[in-house]
Design a protein around this ligand. Structure first.
Ligand code: GDP
Ligand code: MG
Length: 202
């Protein structure tokens, strides 16, 4: 049976800088207040294998990210460190491994209508320098590709959020066992999703 949209799920990771900046509560609140339901949460220190697998959930990730990075260098008038997208993303991945294994992270699954795009919208664009004001990245962090590339490290953008439903499904299976995900009703789902709003007036 086709799932209802309200059953959509996405994976969010508060990266080590989010924990160190004491932003756990603030970040969770941003997703919670949208009406999304938290169905799994844990603190863990990922190892390099998990990070590698995480970024391989989308088989196109290396090509797409490397190509995007080259384009953004050229747009800024900077000579890319290489013209090979795979070489560029290998470097990005190596930096991401160092970043994500540097301390505890919080992995969460959020459920609700259009969970993937709604969470991406609230999280903001990947590079904090240009993330919209009002988004989590736009409001709480000031890093840039220019600075992180110069310093030879990953851009510190606080959060990972799945980019598509397909990516979300693979990432959820990677980070959580089935019995770590809780099925429960949230009282506000009635007002968010029920076709008939009744039982309010006395
Ligand atoms: P996200 O889904 O918003 O995190 O972005 P992507 O899936 O496109 O990329 C994953 C991670 O790779 C980002 O969080 C960044 O750490 C890194 N990354 C992506 N694009 C670039 C880029 O153009 N330059 C650099 N230096 N890092 C990048
Ligand atoms: Mg992504």
């Amino acid at each position: 049976m086709k799932k209802h949209l309200k059953e959509d799920r996405t994976l969010v990771i508060i990266k080590p800088d989010g924990i160190q900046r004491s932003l756990i509560g603030e970040i969770i609140e941003r997703y919670e207040r949208l009406g999304l339901k938290l169905v799994a949460i844990k603190m863990t220190v990922p190892n390099a294998t998990l990070v590698e697998k995480h970024y391989s959930s989308d088989p196109e990730w290396k090509k797409v990210t490397g190509t995007k990075a080259i384009e953004s260098y050229l747009k800024k008038g900077i000579k890319p460190p290489s013209n090979d997208p795979i070489e560029i993303s290998n470097k990005i991945l190596a930096n991401l491994k160092k970043y994500l294994t540097s301390g505890p992270v919080i992995a969460m699954i959020w459920e609700g209508a259009h969970a993937v795009p709604v969470v991406r919208k609230a999280t903001g664009g990947t590079e904090p320098l240009t993330s919209d004001v009002g988004s989590i990245r736009g409001d709480f962090v000031l890093d840039s590709y220019q600075m992180s590339d110069t310093d030879g490290r990953a851009v510190r953008n606080l959060i990972h959020a799945s980019g598509s439903n397909d990516e979300a499904e693979k990432e959820i299976a990677l980070w959580f066992k089935k019995d770590e995900i809780v099925k429960y009703k949230h009282i506000q789902e009635k007002i968010l999703y029920d076709v008939n709003i009744d039982g309010i007036l006395e």
